[in-house]
Design a protein around this ligand. Structure first.
Ligand SMILES: [Zn+2]
Length: 208
């Protein structure tokens, strides 16, 4: 039987979008499909992502999947099972700047990589290495959420949400706030560009 490693690099797939775009569930679904075909798969996430237990990832609807937490992308190599064919990396924007090189090495060694991540942070700025990972990916699935901004009492916007809004003490978080705040869902909302508010943003000041 031919070794799959003879066939060249394996596909890198990026599942990209704001929070509440169901990205983790999409990745779990793809990993499960591969498991049905008896391929060895594994999932990874950053240790600082404490929204779920250290040994699992969890979609917003509560679906869970076993995962290994790593401090840095390169740590993934220490945990690879023999013969692993596909790995998933959840919320890849959180991982360090070496992540694009690690993903390339994994792909070149015959391992398919599925990444989820936010292309932009709460300010609308590029988030970590994810824009580079998207550029490297063989396939990018751009997902969107639904804008849950309350236009008036009881009336929700409902347009396509491409941005992640952060709140601090119930108000839109300032541009100068910390970029990485792994928090409860109450701190975040998916919004369309019109309803994305970032007080102090040098380019969006007119909206605030
Ligand atoms: Zn909206």
């Amino acid at each position: 039987m031919k070794n799959h490693r003879e066939k060249g690099p394996r596909k890198v797939t990026a599942i990209s979008g704001p929070m509440f775009a169901d990205k983790t569930n999409e990745m779990i679904h793809r990993l499960e499909l591969a498991s049905f075909a008896k391929l060895t798969v594994q999932a990874f996430k950053w240790t600082g992502d404490t929204r779920s237990a250290a040994d699992e990832i969890e979609g917003h609807n509560g679906v869970r999947y076993p995962a290994i937490s790593v401090d840095k992308a390169r740590d993934i190599f220490q945990h690879l099972k023999t013969g692993v064919r596909i790995i998933g990396i959840d919320e890849a924007q959180f991982l360090d700047e070496e992540t694009p090189f690690v993903v390339q090495e994994l792909s070149q060694s015959g391992i398919g990589v599925i990444l989820t991540g936010l292309p932009t942070d709460f300010r609308g700025e590029p988030f970590g290495c994810f824009p580079i990972l998207e550029a490297q990916a063989h396939k990018v699935h751009r997902r969107f959420a639904i804008c849950s901004y309350e236009v008036s009492l009881g009336e929700i916007c409902g347009k396509k949400a491409t941005q992640t809004q952060r709140f601090k003490d119930g108000e839109p978080a300032d541009f100068d706030d910390k970029v990485i705040v792994v928090g409860a869902e109450e701190q975040y909302q998916a919004v369309c560009p019109l309803h994305h508010r970032v007080p102090g943003h040098p380019r969006l000041r007119m909206w605030c």
